[in-house]
Unconditional design. Structure first.
Ligand code: NCD
Ligand code: ZN
Length: 367
């Protein structure tokens, strides 16, 4: 079975995709997200930056059960642990052997939502004898994946980096050291956002090094984010960069590389966390989680490479079988109308605003 594109290019049938980077959250939000996620995706990498973060095999198992309760049993949650300075390698082994662990997520401390428990010093990833180093050795041993939030907060001299330079610095200074220290480890660079990142991936991609791309980084550049005033509902970590970065990411997505795949980074926050003094990074994307990517691939003239990107490359890298189900998409405008409601006593904490609210999406799930 392979993808089929109708003669007019306005209908597409692909294997059911996998979302290799998704924040499903918990409680009522998870219920809302789970339904929309399972409609579009056969499975997803479930991010561990909950509160508290997922740091034990028992937490992995409990969270997996919660996810399945929200998505239904045909959905495949690919679970992750949160790398802290004290994560226990024995827990990694246990979670991998018994609880569907796909990988471990590295968060640089303080650089994104719920990253306070992240690794304090990136050098511990390549310094033998540190706990994170031992965890990565265990991970390689278990043939599981290290997922990198590819950002540095500080330069070697201790000065704070410009937020637009965090990924570039990481790709130049940190990523090569991790790769060199752990040659047997599978590494996925998450939500790539810069042309330097794209160039590094083009030059170094392999069965041990790949990356995920979001729809927002393929569709937007910072002119969109700042047009008429700053738009908190276009605020993510990593930050949306320049047009030239967007174009380099599009080239990478359209290249047909087997080491580049879909990771939406859908990350819902209540409006009260977005329209406030300090806006949280992250936006709900799942309501159009595959449709926005179809729009991007259509724009790029690369719909013939869409199925591999969305449904085959990610699972193959992680050693997961692709889905034998399919989904159909049609090129048809629809307007995002629905906001999502959760229970809260606090003002504006009871509503989640999805990406593109009140605006058009160019592709639609076929009925
Ligand atoms: C994510 C979140 O809200 O959990 N936010 C984001 O801007 N992407 C965290 C993350 O993936 O960095
Ligand atoms: Zn994320």
């Amino acid at each position: 079975m392979s993808a089929s594109l109708s003669e007019t290019g306005s209908r597409l049938s692909i294997r059911m995709p996998f979302d290799m980077h998704h924040h499903v959250r918990g409680g009522e939000t998870l219920k809302i997200v789970g339904e929309m996620l399972a409609q579009r995706f056969a499975g997803a990498i479930i991010m561990p930056n909950t509160q508290p973060p997922i740091t034990t095999a028992a937490m992995v198992e409990a969270y997996r059960a919660e996810v399945i309760a929200a998505t239904g049993p045909s959905f495949q949650p690919l679970m992750t642990l949160y790398l802290t300075d004290t994560l226990d390698p024995a827990q990694v082994r246990l979670a991998r052997t018994h609880h569907g662990l796909a990988g471990i997520k590295y968060y640089p401390r303080g650089l994104t939502t719920n990253s306070d428990s992240g690794v304090a010093n990136p050098a511990s990833l390549w310094t033998a004898g540190s706990t994170p180093f031992e965890v990565l050795r265990t991970l390689a041993d278990l043939d599981a994946v290290l997922l990198l939030h590819a950002a540095d907060g500080f330069a070697a001299d201790g000065s704070e980096l410009d937020p637009y330079d965090q990924e570039t610095h990481f790709v130049r200074e940190t990523l090569p050291r991790i790769v060199e220290a752990h040659p047997a480890l599978k590494i996925s660079v998450e939500h790539l956002s810069t042309k330097e990142g794209a160039a590094f991936m083009s030059a170094n991609q392999s069965a041990h090094l790949g990356c995920s791309l979001t729809a927002q980084h393929l569709l937007l550049d910072r002119r969109d984010v700042h047009r008429g005033g700053f738009r908190p509902h276009m605020s993510w970590w990593p930050i949306i960069q320049r047009e030239e970065d967007k174009l380099a990411l599009r080239d990478l997505a359209a290249s047909g590389s087997p080491f580049v795949w879909l990771g939406s980074d859908s990350a819902p926050h209540p409006i009260g966390k977005k329209e406030t003094d300090c806006c949280a990074g992250g936006v709900m994307m799942v309501h159009a989680g595959i449709e926005l990517y179809a729009e991007a691939f259509d724009l790029m003239g690369a719909l013939d490479r869409f199925e591999a990107f969305a449904a085959l490359n990610g699972p193959r890298f992680y050693g997961v079988a692709p889905s034998d189900r399919t989904i159909d998409l049609v090129r048809e405008d629809w307007v995002v109308r629905q906001t999502f409601h959760i229970t809260s006593d606090e003002p504006r904490m009871d509503e989640i605003r999805p990406f593109r609210l009140g605006e058009k999406v160019a592709w639609k799930l076929a009925a």
